[in-house]
Each structure stands twice: as structure tokens, then as C-alpha cells.
Design a protein around this ligand. Structure first.
Ligand SMILES: Cc1cc2nc3c(=O)[nH]c(=O)nc-3n(C[C@H](O)[C@H](O)[C@H](O)COP(=O)(O)OP(=O)(O)OC[C@H]3O[C@@H](n4cnc5c(N)ncnc54)[C@H](O)[C@@H]3O)c2cc1C
Length: 383
């Protein structure tokens, strides 16, 4: 067992940390206010090879391992959760899923531009009436010769309005439950795909979130990702990768909130002494850093299993459940230490607190993660 990063991982950490410090942290507040994603910064990341970190070199990625992938997510989470979210969706939900299930043509066409930072993807699973119970989706894809005709609605889709390719899950057999779902690769501007932005979000405001209505969207059978009827397995495999990335991002955001609180505790004087000398403030800080380090270890353990190519759903869900809750508590406690100064956007903590809220909700709520862990332990699905 080795708790040290190797030299390659350390180099990635150093490079991304510097990039985040120079290009992301100073601008994240304005991106949040403007509700605008910085495409130019994303492209710079692509040029540096830190978008397609864990994508193989033959598809223009950097061929790094999962620990390096987690390091990038952590550092992005430190600076801006919207950027981390885009990394999660483009790489973990979309590119890696195409790598796992796609044919050579699909990999070349879609993974390469995403890895280079030139294209965006989205993952369309959730619908207005199906979230945790994804298999109850209503969208349908009816066969019409060599084509399928997709109808339905998708909800809360990250990159709905900015995607070059959408992974759309729809029922090809309405009576077969989870076994009747198929995944389609739908190109940008395909007639019938109507995305709309969702505004007024509590967090992740720099990121594009939207709904998609699909009206007679005609897609050739060559655009099916994985086998017909295997879409649910495709969707779940994507979530295993994305939950890992989200967990790492939570560690980064929690570390950033902790660092702000720690500095404030050293500088803020009340009752004649820095508040950091007070036992109750030290107790808050001690518990914050303890939980951040537990979260990081859970992420890295899941990453080691992913590197070995062994099943890691249980360990990834543990990391997602723990880190999603942990980052919310750490941001809450950091606000306690900043007192009134936490309550506006002078400090980035205010945005971190808002951005963190999503992490117990998406990619499977905390309750769903508990059910996955419970099932792994007992072999008794509670769904
Ligand atoms: C900003 C944002 C971005 C998102 N991005 C994407 C995306 O890119 N692609 C995509 O497909 N989706 C996306 N989502 C959707 C997200 O994954 C869902 O919101 C999430 O899965 C929860 O589904 P729901 O909102 O329908 O809640 P519901 O499933 O209705 O759950 C509501 C509550 O009921 C609980 N619950 C449900 N079933 C059970 C059960 N069996 N046992 C115990 N408790 C249960 C849940 O834990 C939760 O507390 C995004 C959501 C947001 C807010």
C-alpha cells in the first residue's frame, strides 16, 4: 500500500494547481455572476492535455491513470465546480462511455474532439418523471427501417444547449423495463432536438444545464452506442466513472473552503486573540480536515481499483456518498468560522457553499448511494 503520489501524478498535480491558480480561481466569481462558461479557458486546458487526462493517447488523450484523473478533478473542484462539472460530464459520462461501448468509428468521431477540448457532450438520462428510477423513463425510439424515431423529454441535462453529441437513452421496447432501453449518439442540430436552458439555479451557474424536448428525432442505427436493449448497462457504467470524478471534485472544493476558513481563523481577532486560538474553532477545523482526508482516501481507493480494472461500484458509491455530504458540511462549518463575512461573495466561500449542494443530489442522491452500498453488502436490492 502506497499513500504517496508517483512522480507523474505529482507533476500533473503541480501543473493543474498552477493552471487553476492563474486561470480559474481569479475568474470563477465573474463566470458565476455572468452565468457563462469560459470556453477559451477550457480550450487552453485541452491544449495542455488536462481535459483528456485518462483518455488513451490513440484518441488524443494523455493516457493517464485514474488517480491522475482524480487529481485533475480535485484541483478543478478547488477553483470552480462548474469547470469540474464540465470535466465530469465530457470525460466521465460521455467520452469514457463511448470508449467502453463504442465501435472504432464512434470513438474516433466523438472521443477525439472531446479529449482535445474542442467538443462537448451530454448525457441524457433523467426525465421530468424519472430521476432515481431511471428505468421508468418514457422516451421512446421506434424502429423505422435503418432508422429510429425518438420522442420524449429529458430534464436537468448538463450541456443540453452546448453539446456536439448527446447520449440519449430511450426505450426501444416499452414492455421490457430496464432491458428495453437503448443508448443513441445524437449529433448537434439533428432536427427535432429542442434544448432549452434552465436558469435560476442555486449553484453551478457558470455551467449550461437544460431540458431537451425530442420530437420525431431521426437517428440512423449506426448511431446506437452498445447493443440494442443494453442502454441501462451503458448508463450505469457511465455513472460509475462520473461518481468518482464528482467525489474527487468534492474533496477539492472542501479543501478550498477549509483553506479560506483556516486563514481567517489565524487573522480574525475577537476578545483580544485570533479566533484560531479558541478550542471550539480548532474543533471545527480539525473535523473539517479529518473528513477531507478521509474523502480523499476513499477517492484514491476507488481510483486504485479502477486502475486494476476490477469492479468498484461499492467503493465508488462510498466515495460519492461520503464526499457529497462531506463537502456540504465542510462549507457550512467554514461559513461558521467566517461569520458574517461568509454571507456575500467577497469570499469565494459563498459560491462554494451554493455549488456544493448539488453533490448529494445528482449522479444518484445520497440515499441512492446508500442503497447501492446496502445491496453490495447484503445482496438484497432495496430499490
Ligand atoms: C444541476 C443538475 C445537473 C444534472 N445533470 C444531469 C445530466 O447531465 N444528465 C442526467 O441524466 N441527469 C442530470 N441531472 C439529474 C439528476 O441526476 C437527478 O436530479 C437525480 O438523479 C435525482 O433524480 P430526481 O431529481 O428526479 O429526484 P427523485 O428521484 O424524484 O428523488 C427525490 C427524493 O426521493 C428519494 N428516493 C427516490 N427513490 C428512492 C428509493 N427507492 N429509496 C429511498 N429514497 C428514494 C431520493 O433519494 C430523493 O431524496 C442533473 C441534475 C441537476 C440538478
Amino acid at each position: 500500500m502506497d499513500f504517496e503520489l508517483n512522480s507523474e501524478q505529482q507533476a500533473v498535480q503541480k501543473m493543474v494547481r498552477e493552471f487553476v491558480e492563474n486561470e480559474i480561481t481569479p475568474n470563477a466569481k465573474q463566470w458565476d455572476i455572468d452565468e457563462k462558461f469560459p470556453m477559451d479557458v477550457w480550450k487552453k486546458m485541452g491544449d495542455l492535455g488536462i481535459v483528456g487526462t485518462s483518455i488513451p493517447e490513440e484518441y488524443e488523450g494523455s493516457g493517464m491513470d485514474f488517480i491522475s484523473h482524480a487529481i485533475v478533478a480535485e484541483e478543478l473542484g478547488y477553483g470552480c465546480s462548474s469547470m469540474r462539472g464540465t470535466y465530469s460530464v465530457n470525460i466521465s459520462l460521455v467520452a469514457k462511455t463511448i470508449l467502453q461501448w463504442g465501435n472504432e468509428e464512434q470513438k474516433k468521431k466523438y472521443v477525439v474532439p472531446i479529449a482535445l477540448g474542442d467538443a462537448f457532450g451530454c448525457y441524457g438520462l433523467t426525465e421530468p418523471d424519472s430521476g432515481s428510477d431511471a428505468a421508468s423513463m418514457r422516451s421512446t425510439a421506434e424502429k423505422d427501417g435503418d432508422y429510429y424515431i425518438i420522442n420524449g423529454n429529458k430534464m436537468w441535462i448538463t450541456h443540453a444547449n452546448s453539446s456536439d453529441v448527446s447520449l440519449i437513452f430511450a426505450k426501444t421496447d416499452k414492455d421490457a423495463g430496464a432491458r428495453g432501453i437503448t443508448c443513441f449518439l445524437v449529433d448537434k442540430d439533428t432536427p427535432g432536438m429542442n434544448p432549452l436552458p434552465i436558469h435560476g439555479k442555486i449553484g453551478l451557474r457558470a455551467q449550461d444545464t437544460g431540458e431537451i424536448s425530442m420530437e420525431n428525432v431521426r437517428v440512423h442505427k449506426d448511431q446506437i452506442l452498445g447493443p440494442v436493449g443494453k442502454g441501462f448497462a451503458v448508463a450505469m457504467s457511465a455513472l460509475d466513472n462520473a461518481r468518482f470524478t464528482v467525489s474527487a471534485g468534492c474533496v477539492g472544493t472542501a479543501q478550498a473552503a477549509y483553506d479560506i476558513a483556516k486563514e481567517h481563523a489565524k487573522e480574525r481577532v475577537q476578545f483580544g486573540k485570533p479566533i484560531g486560538t479558541r478550542q471550539l474553532v480548532q474543533s471545527l477545523l480539525a473535523n473539517m480536515i479529518l473528513n477531507i482526508e478521509i474523502g480523499r482516501m476513499l477517492v484514491w481507493r476507488a481510483g486504485c481499483l479502477k486502475n486494476q480494472g476490477v469492479r468498484n461500484t461499492r467503493e465508488t458509491s462510498m466515495a460519492k456518498y461520503f464526499c457529497g455530504e462531506m463537502v456540504n458540511k465542510v462549507c457550512y462549518d467554514a461559513m461558521q468560522i467566517l461569520g458574517g463575512y461568509s454571507f456575500n461573495n467577497e469570499y469565494d466561500l459563498e459560491r462554494m457553499y451554493r455549488d456544493s449542494r448539488i453533490n448529494t443530489l445528482y449522479e444518484g442522491t445520497s440515499q441512492i448511494q446508500q442503497l447501492i452500498i446496502g445491496n453490495a453488502e447484503l445482496g438484497m436490492p432495496a430499490f
